[in-house]
Design a protein around this ligand. Structure first.
Ligand code: NAD
Ligand code: LMR
Length: 333
């Protein structure tokens, strides 16, 4: 039995994500919460002939508590998306408070749930959830994940495009490490399962890196004020949630990219710190998942000189984003 919950379930990401979770045969209960429209979304999804029993709640009458009761996996896409000209950090003012309040609900109702944070800026919202959980004495770094899967999905697609065969995209695996915004998104293209064409011009390599780092901006620009990536994010979020759910159910050896606290795995993070040359409190890397959450943070391995430079550029920005999240909660209590 697995109960999955979506907080922000009536939104652009929330609805297709809820659909994909409803289609997952391992999900037996699906709880949907939003400040609008969840009863309708739940009624609609409940007619789909898959095992999950669906319920949708709104804030009155302890809707959040009812939604979260018994949750195993909680995915959070609640919050405002970007418009052209904005950075993800510009969303902090509004989304930090939303994520803090939802984290409080999880800490008090489902403190053992695996929490998957989609709301931006992920580099800061994940530390917010951690700090709230610490305040309630229920923090387990192994159970908290920033969802960076979309960066990996984009890298697979864009590399397959360069290789001239989109059908490869489902098999192309490129580790993307660091964080989830601009220069903190670091694709390790030298480790791609499908090497880039030999003789690829430096300008083409740089353009590919830039497209992976700023793929979100491409969608924001194309939507022209209508928000940011929703459908590709729902796909990526469901992929990641499916892996977490398989791990919860006892499947071993599942590896997925995620932005996690280095406290989740002492030995993995020690190796990572050695590779980075300094310690960061949170970092996105491949992690091995198990029934209790993070089993292992997998170090970066061999990186090229160009990738080393990208990592170096990412570190100060990541540090700043993490501190912003931590300070927000410290000042709120
Ligand atoms: P959206 O505006 O379409 O949907 C957000 C939903 O959150 C709305 O339905 C809204 O009612 C709900 N909401 C607001 N406050 C809430 C609260 N307190 N409790 C519950 N629900 C609440 O936005 P979207 O396009 O779905 O994007 C949501 C977030 O996901 C944004 O912050 C966006 O930047 C982020 N995002 C992250 C990634 C990623 O890779 N991690 C990718 C795409 C978007
Ligand atoms: C993305 O990468 O598409 C998301 O983080 C949304 C955004 O603001 O770009």
């Amino acid at each position: 039995m697995v109960k999955a919950v979506v907080l922000g379930a009536a939104g652009g990401i929330g609805q297709p994500l809820a659909l994909l979770l409803k289609a997952n045969p391992l999900v037996t209960e699906l709880g949907l919460f939003d400040i609008v429209n969840t009863p309708g979304v739940a009624a609609d999804l409940s007619h789909i002939s898959t095992p999950a029993k669906v319920e949708g709640y709104l804030p009155p009458d302890e809707g959040l508590k009812k939604t979260l009761t018994g949750a195993d996996v909680v995915v959070i896409p609640a919050g405002v998306p970007r418009k052209p000209g904005m950075t993800r950090d510009d969303l902090f003012k509004i989304n930090a408070g939303i994520v803090k309040d939802l984290a409080t609900g999880i800490a008090t109702t489902a403190p053992k749930a695996f929490v998957l944070v989609i709301s931006n800026p992920v580099n800061s919202t994940v530390p917010i959830v951690a700090e709230v959980f610490k305040k309630f004495g229920v923090y387990d770094p192994k159970r908290l994940f920033g969802v960076t899967t979309l960066d990996v999905v984009r890298a697979s697609t864009f590399v397959a495009e360069i290789l001239g065969d989109l059908s490869l995209s489902k098999d192309v695996v490129v580790p993307v490490v660091g964080g989830h915004s601009g220069v903190t998104i670091v694709p390790l293209l030298s480790q791609s399962s499908h090497p880039l064409p030999s003789g690829l011009a430096k300008e083409s390599y740089d353009a590919l890196v830039n497209r992976i780092q700023f793929g979100g901006d491409e969608v924001v620009k194309a939507k022209n004020g209508g928000g940011s990536a929703t459908l590709s994010m729902a796909y990526a979020g469901a992929e990641f949630a499916a892996k977490v759910i398989r791990a919860v159910k006892g499947e071993k050896g599942i590896v997925a990219p995620s932005y996690v606290s280095v406290e989740a795995d002492a030995s993995g993070s020690a190796a990572l710190t050695k590779e980075l040359g300094e310690e960061l409190a949170y970092f996105s890397s491949n992690v091995e998942l198990g029934t209790e959450g993070v089993v292992k943070i997998i170090p970066l391995g061999k990186v090229s000189e160009a990738e080393q430079a990208l990592i170096k550029a990412a570190i100060p920005e990541l540090k700043k984003n993490i501190t912003t999240g931590v300070n927000f909660v410290a000042e709120a209590y």
